[in-house]
Design a protein around this ligand. Structure first.
Ligand code: HH2
Length: 268
């Protein structure tokens, strides 16, 4: 992998397109289960201006149960084989075996929503491959995380958690200049917590790492605007997050976000 710090590889703003190879993701479940369709959608996202596509085989929507390593490999490997070398990709996984296979197929970034808590060995795999890493905050676990999330000071607590996870990653050999941090919008958070995290993004930015935000199509947006078409709401959240300092925006509707962020960054 090229020896480039994550800030240089992903200039602000960069768009990460979402490819969920799952039957049950909350907004695009079932759409990309066929590997040819998934790979075609990923190529299109890059043509539309995505810097990278995030391939995931396990849904983390509220209430979801986990899947086995074999099932996760069965879903993501055929897609990554079709992208290898041609489309910049990240893998959304908490499993070392899945990350190892994905990195062997040319994946650049490991996106772990458990921030190396689910399986600490994932940190070693990332260190060995000198991979880029996204460490995300989650309160609780997907099955129960939306039951009654509580914080005294959501921005401070999320930043303290991510600082600790970053130290853990560095102790295990991951270079700090490979790491980006994510407050985990919707992962054990109410609407008000999610809004506060974007308003107070400065608290997270003080850790000195690029920040990734995934607000796209999340249920908090539906609480604000109602209905099923959340594209405009997602763009507003992404542009605001960018203006508050976010670097990477994880989105489903790539072209609309790339256009909006191009204009927003020209104006800033
Ligand atoms: N959100 C989801 C999944 N992975 N990774 C990061 N770093 N940040 C996020 O906000 C994030 C993430 C959930 O969204 P989605 O992939 O659309 O759904 P599902 O988990 O149901 O597959």
């Amino acid at each position: 992998m090229a020896d480039v710090p994550i800030e240089a590889r992903f200039p602000r703003p960069s768009v990460m397109g979402v490819i969920n190879v799952t039957p049950d993701s909350f907004s695009d479940g079932g759409v990309h289960l066929d590997p040819d369709i998934a790979a075609g959608a990923a190529r299109r996202m890059v043509d539309e201006g995505a810097a990278i596509v995030d391939v995931g085989g396990e849904s983390t929507r509220p209430g979801s149960e986990g899947i086995s390593v074999d099932e996760e490999l069965r879903r993501v490997v055929p897609v990554l084989e079709r992208l290898a070398g041609a489309v910049p990709a990240s893998i959304d996984t908490a499993k070392p075996e899945v990350a190892r296979r994905a990195l062997a197929l040319g994946v650049e970034l490991v996106n772990d929503v458990t921030a190396f808590r689910s399986d600490p060995e994932l940190a070693d795999v990332c260190a060995e491959h000198d991979a880029y890493v996204c460490l995300m905050h989650m309160q609780g676990e997907p099955r129960t995380m939306q039951d009654d999330p509580r914080y005294e000071d959501v921005a401070g607590e999320v930043a303290a958690f991510l600082e600790e996870r970053m130290h853990f990653a560095v102790e295990r050999g991951v270079r700090e200049d490979r790491i980006c941090l994510d407050p985990g919008i919707g992962f054990g958070k109410t609407l008000e917590h999610n809004l506060e995290l974007i308003r107070r993004l400065d608290v997270l930015l003080a850790l000195g790492r690029p920040v990734l935000i995934g607000f796209s199509r999340k249920s908090s947006l539906r609480k604000l605007v109602g209905g099923d078409d959340l594209v405009s709401a997602s763009i507003a959240a992404a542009v605001t997050a960018f203006e508050h300092g976010a670097t990477i925006l994880r989105v489903h509707d790539v072209k609309a976000h790339v256009d909006a962020l191009t204009v927003a960054s020209s104006l800033s």
